[in-house]
Ligand binder design. Sequence first.
Ligand SMILES: *Cc1c(COP(=O)(O)O)cnc(C)c1O
Length: 413
Amino acid sequence: MQKPSKRYNSRDPKSLRPATRLVHGGSLRSDFGETSEAMFLTQGYLYDTMEAAEARFKGEEQGFIYSRFSNPTVTMFEKRMALLEGAEAARATATGMAAVTAAVLGQLKAGDHIVAAKALFGSCRYIVEELAPRFGIASTLVDGTDLGQWRAAMRPNTKTLFLESPTNPCLEVIDIAAVARVGHEAGATLVVDNVFATPLLQRPLQLGADCVVYSATKHIDGQGRCLGGVILASEPFIQTHIHNFLRQTGPSLSPFNAWVLLKSLETLPVRVAAEVRSAELIADFLAQQPHIVKVLYPGRADHPQHELAQRQMLGNGTLVAFEVAGGKEAAFRLANRLSIIGISNNLGDAKSLITHPATTTHQRLPPAARAEMGVTEGLLRLSVGLEDVDDLIDDLAQAIAALDRPKTVVGLR
Ligand SMILES: *Cc1c(COP(=O)(O)O)cnc(C)c1O
């Protein structure tokens, strides 16, 4: 049997620049010397002897035990994500929601208190507002952009703060460093859902957050295939709050999905950079169009937290929100006319996708809560993909032009 050459695993990946880390970091090359990382579709592992099994279970010997705990392909994905984020440790999960649930509930017990920004992904809001209180964990929701509200919400039993920035769907930007300080002064941790920014455009751990979570389903896969999630933090945070929670409750990432996500990381910087360039052009294009009364994009000077976004983020993001005059009827008509941009609540895909938050992702919220978050009837959220930006702009232009014409047959796309 061929033995692997040592030369390919000899460089410390921390000495490499980010794009190189994303191609080479975390590889566990087998004896076959494969160029592409291997997919280990196995549930379990063999031990040479009973003594070896005993030693592995006691932690006296390193190695894999069972794929609910860890798996070589999943480990490669975790190591590459940790290198990208600059985190000491990472744990992969089956979905982004499994990552959020573990990151938040893994820290809490009955009698504790959590404070979260109101503008949260729908399922995250369910965890904070409905699930946690059922187990005796009190929660307070605040306007994430108002530091005074974060401060006022702190109680002696506040254990963790939770936010996403930019937010879904209005792309508000929250001051992560300032919220981290408020939390730390009160003895609480901060968890940041960094999906909308991507790991490339915002570094919450460097800004003071204690834990970062991703839905890898979004830009990390980036091609609309696999669900996945990941939790990143210091080694002590992972050991104290996450490690056992995940091992015993079992939201493990499948090795197949881990392999897809691992390979996707190789192209993440190229994809995100291209999508950001297109999003910038599309935001400026939309701002000049008739019928479009508002464009929300952190890169534009008219964004309410533009200055903070420039300070806190390393790029403007791949999502653009905009409001169509004429409410739901006009927003539906515009979106129904699009022929390249697809109608989907998903985001971070190579394919550009558009959604109407008020009737989809945010329809469960009472109208008052929607209004408070800026989710109006005319609001559309566009996730910019990898198509030629001129085709995307042409598609939007013809759909906007159609708003001037009398209403035609519905359902034509
Ligand atoms: C999609 C998403 C999630 C949930 O991720 P899943 O992979 O769908 O479970 C959480 N937070 C944000 C901001 C998201 O966009």
